[in-house]
Design a protein around this ligand. Structure first.
Ligand code: ATP
Ligand code: MG
Length: 372
């Protein structure tokens, strides 16, 4: 990785921070993937809490999803990953920024337009049990989106499509599975039904929000392999949301590391996991395969900065990671670093990577541990 002359790309509040185009366009676009399906540009989401308090759940997030490519959104609980997915899926309205689908701006939609949008952009959730209705069979769950997508559809064409969908997700022989209710299926089988239901709408974008984290560890790899296979076969533009940076490395082309609503590091999956530049990414890598257990890794290293923290525990001034960062200096406590360009396709938001502090850059090169 070249980190010789990092330059800030955009700045806080400019709406340009972190745009994939700013990172030299050397992402999936130039690696032989398909066309640009979806783009998030300077996306923001504020939630109004009790009283006048505002929670900035997503701050100036930009990225591109290409057909046939996987972008992983990695970060700890509360970092804003699901909010990004909800914004892209049209379940929440952004407070700022823009979304495009196939180059067209996504704005206020009629019911009919929204139905079309929903079939193009499918969301798969973490918990396959709660996303399937217990009183309906698998057939019912799959037939609805097929009918909505192919209207009208004959009985024989519907049956053929249902069998094909079951085969795509390897629930065969199809007929007995189609007759089952969700409670008669294992967790992995239920998630396969969720994938089949998403595919039934013939989407170009699949937003998979922690699709394997509730499954038994023993079948996670099998499910990710299936998802990877579906991505290739249907040329899906896939956003893979996860806590687990190890699975992101295995699965994704590009990794976006999110912290407190911001993208703090981005780049090709291999580079980000082999040579993490941001201290938070370094900690994620160092604590893999148990990235939820950051407390023990951070204990002792981070410095408390109670003055800069609001009642929600969010940092109000400086780098959002500085209270937990073992390398925090005065500047980190007062100014939020922009995403700095590290190489053509990489960026990280950390003052240690600023040209003003080149002697600290080498410290970013930590050796990965725990098999990453
Ligand atoms: P997890 O890994 O636990 O799923 P996440 O990264 O998906 O976390 P989000 O669910 O996007 O995080 O939430 C980001 C922040 O926004 C959190 O602080 C959350 O409490 C807050 N939040 C999410 N939805 C709402 C809402 N409807 N109203 C108020 N705050 C919300
Ligand atoms: Mg979430």
């Amino acid at each position: 990785m070249s980190v010789t002359s990092p330059q800030p790309i955009g700045g806080p509040g400019t709406g340009t921070t972190g745009q994939a185009g700013d990172l030299g366009g050397a992402g999936p676009e130039t690696a032989g993937y398909g066309e640009l399906a979806m783009e998030a540009i300077g996306l923001r989401k504020n939630y109004r809490l009790k009283g006048s308090e505002i929670l900035a759940a997503v701050k100036d997030v930009s990225f591109k999803l290409y057909r046939g490519a996987v972008v992983a959104l990695v970060g700890e609980s509360g970092s804003g990953k699901s909010t990004v997915a909800k914004l892209l899926a049209g379940q929440e309205a952004p407070s700022g920024g823009r979304i495009t689908l196939h180059g067209m701006p996504v704005g206020v939609m009629s019911r009919r337009q929204f139905r079309r949008y929903k079939s193009e952009v499918q969301l798969v959730f973490q918990d396959p049990f709660s996303s399937l209705n217990p009183i309906h069979t698998v057939r019912y769950h799959l037939a609805r989106p097929v009918r909505l997508h192919q209207h009208p559809v004959s009985k024989s064409a519907l049956d053929a499509e249902l069998v094909s969908l079951m085969e795509q997700v390897r629930l065969t022989p199809a007929e007995p599975f189609l007759a089952k209710y969700p409670h008669e299926l294992s967790g992995g089988q239920r998630q396969r039904v969720s994938f089949a239901r998403a595919l039934a709408a013939h989407p170009s974008v699949l937003l998979a929000d922690e699709p394997v984290s509730m499954l038994d560890v023993s079948i996670r790899l099998e499910m990710l392999t299936l998802l990877d296979d579906l991505r290739t076969r249907f040329q899906l533009a896939l956003l893979y949301i996860t806590h687990d940076i190890a699975s992101a490395r295995y699965f994704a082309d590009e990794i976006l590391v999110m912290y407190a609503g911001e993208i703090v590091e981005r780049g090709p999956a291999e580079d980000v996991t082999q040579q993490p530049a941001h201290p938070y990414t370094q900690l994620l890598v160092a604590s893999a395969p148990d990235p939820d257990n950051l407390g023990s890794v951070l204990r002792g290293g981070g410095q408390r900065a109670a003055r800069n923290i609001d009642s929600l525990g969010r940092v109000t001034t400086g780098c959002p990671f500085h209270p937990r960062c073992p390398f925090a200096e005065d500047k980190c406590r007062s100014e939020d670093p922009p995403l700095m360009q590290l190489s053509q396709a990489r960026g990280a938001a950390c003052w240690r990577l600023d040209v003003a502090a080149p002697q600290l850059v080498g410290a970013a090169k930590v050796e990965p541990v725990n098999g990453i």
